[in-house]
Design a protein around this ligand. Sequence first.
Ligand SMILES: *Cc1c(COP(=O)(O)O)cnc(C)c1O
Length: 226
Amino acid sequence: MTTIASRLQAVNARIEAAARAVGRQPSEVGLIAVSKTFPVALILEAHRAGQSAFGENYVQEGIEKIAALAGFPLQWSFVGPIQSNKTRLIAEHFDWVHSVSRLTIAERLARSRPPRRPPLQICIQVNVSGEASKSGVMPEEARALAQAVAVLPGLQVRGLMAVPEPTPDTGVQRARFRLLRDIRDDIVRQGLPMDTLSMGMSDDLESAIAEGATLVRVGRAIFGPR
Ligand SMILES: *Cc1c(COP(=O)(O)O)cnc(C)c1O
C-alpha cells in the first residue's frame, strides 16, 4: 500500500472510531482531503485509494488541479479566504465553497455561477474563536447572513464551517465546535434547513465529530507535513 493510501486508511479509522464513540454512524461524517500545496500526483494517489472529495485554499492552484484532473469524478471544495476579484473563478470551477462570510462575496458568487451547473454548495464560515481568529462572520451575525445568502440564485446554503484556533485542550476544542452546532441548530429552528457542519481538521477531528461534524477537512494527516 502507498503512504497516502495507508494514511487515508488511518484517517478513516479515526473517523469511524470517533463516530462510534458517541453513538453516531461513521457514514454521517464525510471526509474532504485538503490537498493545498500538494501536487496532482498525490491527489490521484488518494483518489486511487478511494477518496473523491478534495479541498483547496488558493484559487489559482485549485483551478489548475481541477483542470489537470478533469477526467476524474472528483468533487472540489474551496475552503480558503475569498478575495472579491476571485469569485468568478471560484463560482465557475468549484462544487462547494466553505468560507463565505460576507454577503457581497455570496452575491458575486451567485452572479458568476454558470446556469448549466448545479447550484454552488455553500457553508457560512463563523468565527467561533473570538479575538483569536479574524476569519468568519461573528456568531450573532451568522443567522442573518445565512438567511440572506439562502435567497440568492445559483447557490444552495448547506450549513456552517469553522476553523477554531489550534489548541491541544480538547475541552476548548469541543466548546468551539459546540458553539458552531448551537448556531446551526438555532438557524434550523428559525426555518432554514441546514444539513452540514464542516468542522475538524488533522489535529481535532475527534472533538469535531463528537460535537456533530458532518464534514471533516483533513490535510496533513493524509498528505504529510506542508
Ligand atoms: C489547511 C486547512 C485544512 C486542513 O488542515 P490540516 O491541519 O492540514 O488537516 C482544513 N481547513 C482549512 C480551512 C484549511 O485551510
